[in-house]
Each structure stands twice: as C-alpha cells, then as structure tokens.
Write a new protein. Sequence first.
Length: 375
Amino acid sequence: MNKIFKISTLSLGLVALLNVAGANAQQAKGFTLTGELTGVKDGDKILLIRSTDQNTSDTLSQTVKGGKFVLKGVIKNGAEFFSIRMENKRLRYNAFLDNSNMTLKANADDFTESVITGSIAHEDHLKYSAAVAPLMSTMRALNKEYSDAKKAGNTEKLAAISKQFDELEGEQTKLTDNFIKNNPQSYYTPYLIFKGDVEPTTTLPLYNALSAAVKKSTYGLQLKARLDALAKVAIGVKAPNFSAQTPEGLTLSLDEVVAKGKYTLIDFWASWCSPCRQENPNLVAAFEKFHDKGLNVLGVSLDKPTAASAWKKAIADDKLTWYQISDLQYWQSPMVKLYAVRGIPHSVLVDAKGIIVAKDLRGKALHDKLAELMK
C-alpha cells in the first residue's frame, strides 16, 4: 500500500547556489546549466527553484535571449532536486542537478518533455524512474478501481485490490533495493533510501555502504539525521509513552493501552489519508481475528485542527472499534516527532512490556506476524 509523506524540510539553502564567489566557489567547482528553449520571447525569465520547506523556496533566475540562457552556481553538498519553469507559468520540470556542465532543451509551454544532459545524478534518477514507471502506472489504475469498489461497497473487490497493491509494492521494493545496492556512489541513492521506509536495522548497512562523498551530500546528511531519530524508536527499544484525547474527550495514554493486552499496534493514520483508509479493512480483519488472543490497537490520527468531525466519521465509516486518540495537530503533533513519523499509514507493534517488536506491518505481513507471536 502506498504512503502519504510529509513534505520534508531540505537542509542547506540556495545561498551557496546563488553565491559562487569566494569560499563557496572553493567548496565545489559549481555547475553551469545552458538552455535552449522554444516557445519563448526575449525578456522572458526562467526560474530554478529549490524548496527549503513547505512554504518557502530559494530561486535563481535568468533572462532568456534568443531562446537561450545560462545559469551558474554551486550546489553545496553534491546534488539536489530542483524545479525548472518559466516565470508566470505553472508547468515545471523536476531535475536532480549536480555540480556539472549541463544542458537543457525544452518547450517553455510544456516543461514535462524537457531533456537534461550532463548530470550523472539526473541520469540515475531517470534510470530508476523508468524502471518503476510500469508499476506506478498500474498502481494509479488500481487506485481508481479501489475508489469505485469502495463507493459500490464491494468488499471482495477491495480485498483483491489490496492484495494486488501489496504484490506491486513488493516488486517496487526489489527494484529499489537493487538500485541502492548497485549504486553506492550515486547522489541519487541516499534520496531514494530517505524517501522509503527507513529503519535502522535494515537501513544502517545501506547508509554505511555509501561512498564518503555521498554521505556528505544533502540527502546523505538527511538520511543520517533520520537514522539517529529512528534509533530512539527502533525495534528492541521501549516505546516512548504519549497521550491525547479520545473522540469522547477523555485523555488516554499508550501505557494504559499496553497494560491491557499482550500486544498493542500503534496505528498512525488520518481521515484524509487514502492509503490509510485502504488498509483499514485489513486492520479490522486482523483485530477481529486476534483481539481475543490479546491484541489491542491504538489509532493515532494526524487529522487537522478543523477535522474533528471528519476523524470521528472515518472511525464510524471504517468500523474501527479499537482505541482512538488525536491532538488534531496534523504533522505538527508532538507524537509525530516522538516517533519520527514521516509518512502514513505507519504502525508500531509493541509487546506487553512496551518493547517495539515490529514496524510498518500491512496486508498479509500483519496477519503473519501476529499469528507467529500469538501461536
């Protein structure tokens, strides 16, 4: 099942990119992006944009003359994702740029067909994207089928589609793992690791295999920071306690729920999260099957401050009969930071002592793990 991810804050702004003089110029040889555009007139501006967080960005611009432009700068830590578009136009092209001599050929009216050459990092991005494109296309079609089946109340169809999603995700995981293991020197690799399911026990060896230069890149540094945060909620660690309000307005803590069963599944979700809602029938089935054997579930909603009604309606519509809490603070919830949650659905399974025994179990994997633990 897909996840919905929080937009990550990118470290190390475009100050270095915009200032190529002095010390910054000495840190890297810098890049040159030479462009040839159709569909433009002299005086039009092209923008190179790097998001710094969810609300702000750094921008480098250049005026086009004769359909050509040259942008120069320094990407301080190796390579990063940028958006390229014309001023006052919304269509853009996302590119993974590095400190190389690069060329761009594009139609200003449709940047989706742009061609960039000269960036090894971008070539790696395109290589991986082409490999997973058929799977992503199938997943998009299945999302439509799932929505139609949900409207029709076809539970058998919903279960079948969920199984297909799990199989497709398995194929995507294999493709991703192969790329990561075969490209430890690529600036694109830590980005690919970072945007997936990072878990210290499995991800630390992948990080350790990266080249020294890649570890010092923007996404290498982000990956290391995330591994450090996740180490505090890794498998084998005591799950940090937290509390929030139930739909009825009562305060309920994790420790209270853990004390009532043999195993507790902490389920981070939200009413607005389609992948979460798609996984809920599987979670309902697991709860019905294992609750009498000692399984409890604590739903932790990342709904927004104005979405209390939507949260409660989703609980009723999806027939979620287990414990539910939320502080209705969306991604700003302290529980998100405490558990280093970056995407949902996200689950953490703890035993009767509150020790984390598994994470992100979905589909058949959830049933298999619970059967193993409760046999």
